[in-house]
Design a protein around this ligand. Structure first.
Ligand code: ASP
Length: 315
């Protein structure tokens, strides 16, 4: 029988137990569990992988402690600009948005692009116009505001630094605030179809309309029934240059690697060589999961019809 699997992440980086209070740790684990349950319920009802990854991602976007949707990080100009992508491994259809504001659930807008436009990737004002046309839910700026993110940004806004939302990059203040994360999900459904979704506020203090790997098909997000579905998190510039998500797929296709071996090769070898901190989650069409990271931690969870049901943060 086909194994149903849902895997999620809530960001990777310098996430260590000493920096996280027991209350916050609990909030993360609960947030991950809620998202796993929401996505897995879709699979159990016979729903598609693409609907399952969307459902899990929406729950994470709505949760203020993760860097996506509500609670996204601040740009250099002090606003939130969000990126998201979704891909369906059954037909290689994909939708992505970058630099969108006011959209409550960027992953829903990415889904609209995939299903109801002739395009794959929309950005900025055009993407927002499309959101209005499609009737996607919008929210005022206050909805996206979180004090933690604001303080995190305040600590580096006068510098030229930009930062992973949970990683220390030489700015003392950030050490206290490296706690939140980009989100993503991958799933395998009852028909052996697989899909991937990723959503993020990007990196704190980003400027010039910077876009990371998350919405780029093949870099931060990729799905192909023949190989794997992948969602990445980490230092986007390096993941883009490594074409990280598609690299996993290529290793499976051309070198016959298993999902786990291919993910290990990309995250623990290639990205380490390129100094790319972060991790990824993957699933193949048999429902085999991989959760691999080269950082201190990654907010993550996996649930399968074989009884697996786990959420974790640290190594
Ligand atoms: N990969 C994301 C970006 O570079 C950041 C993250 O994963 O936290 O925009």
């Amino acid at each position: 029988m086909q194994k149903l699997t849902l895997v999620i992440h809530g960001g990777a980086g310098t996430i260590v137990k000493e920096d996280i209070t027991p209350e916050l740790e609990k909030a993360y684990l609960n947030g991950l569990t809620d998202a796993l349950n929401a996505g897995f319920a879709v699979l159990e009802e016979g729903g598609s992988a693409v609907n399952a990854v969307k459902a899990a991602t929406v729950v994470l976007e709505d949760n203020i402690i993760f860097n996506a949707g509500r609670g996204s990080v601040f740009t250099k100009k002090g606003v939130q600009e969000m990126d998201a992508a979704i891909m369906d491994g059954e037909n290689l259809e994909a939708g992505a948005v970058a630099g969108v504001r006011s959209v409550r659930n960027p992953i829903e807008l990415a889904m609209e692009v995939m299903r109801n436009s002739n395009h794959v990737f929309l950005s900025g004002k055009g993407a927002n116009d499309f959101a209005i046309k499609q009737g996607v839910k919008l929210e005022p700026d206050e909805y996206f505001f979180s004090q933690f993110r604001y303080d995190q940004w305040k600590a580096i806004r006068d510098s030229d630094n930009y930062s992973l939302d949970h990683t220390h990059q030489g700015i003392e203040e950030l050490l206290r605030d490296k706690k939140f994360g980009t989100v993503g999900a991958v799933a395998c459904d009852v028909n052996g179809n697989i899909a991937a979704a990723t959503s993020t506020g990007g990196m704190t203090n980003k400027k010039y309309g910077r876009i990371g790997d998350s919405p780029m098909i093949g870099s931060g997000t990729y799905a192909n029934n023949e190989t794997c579905a992948i969602s990445c998190t980490g230092h986007g510039e390096v993941f883009i240059r490594a074409v990280a998500a598609h690299r996993v797929s290529a290793l499976m296709e051309h070198k016959n690697m298993s999902i786990l071996d291919a993910c290990n090769e990309v995250v623990l070898k290639k990205l380490v060589e390129m100094k790319g901190e972060g991790g990824l989650i993957g699933v193949d069409n048999q429902g085999n999961a991989a959760l691999v990271f080269n950082s201190a931690g990654m907010y993550r969870g996996v649930k399968s019809s074989d009884g697996t049901n786990e959420v974790a943060i640290y190594k």
